[in-house]
Design a protein around this ligand. Structure first.
Ligand SMILES: [Zn+2]
Ligand SMILES: [Zn+2]
Ligand SMILES: [Zn+2]
Length: 384
């Protein structure tokens, strides 16, 4: 009898455990996904709460997108619910080839784009129209109808290791772009008179391979408005831009050491020019007759200013003389009638012939201007 009772008891407990486990199993969904559950309601307080198997109804409440997670919500009629994240989808990448920009059409670099609808992801980047990239067919561009400009003339150096630009060649355009590399070798110099009297050209761009601009290279290019000198040019030869009367925009490269005699003589449209810090000497008459030039700052590396360097620069009002200048030759500022202020960064030790210029006089900018352009304009200034 006692044994019977024990068996009954065991069965009863066993049954109870099984039922209990079944209750949990019905909510297994909930526990199995615990890791990704992002929210969960409080246990329902209504009557159903502790005596029914949840009946989970699954619904996507926020779609997953390429770069954002979605939300899946499980809810039971009892009012209890929980939500689970849906992994983000990642982009559906498709790759595209790049396209060169031409004279009439913009191009693009190789790029990728997401094909999933609604996604804006792309690495597309436009390349501006390249006005030099023509589609030549018998020397006429099939796209923009431009006629081919022809080629500048390049000649191999005596040593055979670089090229010089020696002339306009068959080039018939207006904007000269000197090639940095010609037939596999660098182009290093612009030869003597290479572009002398080339009246058609309006712009010249000198690449960074060029180290020297030869004598009279752009002599009297009547329509040259713009000259961009590369940053490796160290010498601008004598009369290099002599009488380029329309030259307005001049960028002197950052390595120029010598500006030759009369290099910019009578460049009458030049209103301003920034001289580089590399500059050491300014040749004779270098900016003579630059009637429009308003101010000039001579850097701290410049040691000598040649005679007539700025003579007859009638509009010149302001000059700064750098701290290393030791020599200002006679007539350098002759007929600079409007010179109002000259700042000598080094006021010490200046003599003009037998006259010692007083430091305090040079510290007075207008007196210094008067000395330089009037009183002692015909004598060489030397600093000891
Ligand atoms: Zn429920
Ligand atoms: Zn996408
Ligand atoms: Zn074209």
């Amino acid at each position: 009898m006692k044994k019977m009772k024990k068996i009954l008891m065991t069965t009863f407990i066993g049954l109870f455990v099984v039922l209990f486990l079944m209750g949990i199993t019905s909510c297994n969904d909930l526990f199995a996904v615990t890791n990704s559950i992002i929210s969960q309601s409080e246990e329902s307080t209504n009557d159903f709460s502790n005596n029914h198997f949840h009946d989970w109804n699954e619904a996507v409440t926020q779609e997953a997108k390429c770069e954002t997670e979605g939300i899946l919500t499980y809810s039971c009629y009892c009012g209890m619910n929980y939500t689970v994240k849906i992994e983000k989808l990642g982009h559906l990448i498709e790759e595209y080839q790049g396209k060169e920009a031409t004279c009439i059409e913009k191009g693009c670099a190789p790029y990728e784009e997401c094909k999933r609808s609604g996604c804006q992801y792309t690495t597309y980047a436009e390349i501006e129209i390249d006005s030099n990239n023509h589609n030549w067919v018998n020397n006429i561009c099939a796209d923009c109808k431009k006629e081919k400009d022809g080629e500048l003339q390049y000649s191999i150096s005596a040593e055979g290791d670089y090229y010089n630009v020696t002339g306009i060649g068959s080039f018939a355009g207006e904007e000269v772009l000197i090639l940095p590399i010609y037939e596999g070798k660098p182009v290093k110099k612009i030869s003597y008179r290479a572009f002398k009297d080339c009246d058609k050209i309006t712009s010249i761009t000198i690449p960074n391979t060029i180290v020297e601009i030869g004598t009279e290279a752009f002599y009297s290019c009547d329509n040259l408005k713009r000259a961009i000198i590369g940053n490796n040019v160290t010498i601008i030869g004598d009369k290099a831009f002599y009488a380029c009367g329309r030259l307005e925009e001049l960028v002197v490269g950052s390595s120029v050491k010598d500006i030759g005699d009369e290099a910019f003589f009578s460049c009458q449209s030049l209103i301003e020019v920034e001289l580089p810090d590399s500059l050491i000497s300014i040749g004779k008459g270098a900016f003579k007759w630059c009637f429009a030039l308003g101010s000039i700052k001579i850097g701290d590396s410049v040691q000598s200013i040649g005679e007539y360097a700025f003579a007859s620069c009638k509009k010149l009002t302001d000059v700064i003389i750098g701290s290393s200048v030791q020599n200002i030759e006679a007539y350098a500022f002759l007929y600079c009638d409007n010179l109002k202020s000259v700042i000598f960064k080094n006021t010490r030790g200046w003599t003009v012939g037998a006259v010692n210029i007083l430091e305090e006089d040079l510290k007075d900018f207008s007196k210094a201007a008067n000395y330089l352009a009037e009183i002692y304009d015909d004598t060489t200034w030397v600093r000891k």
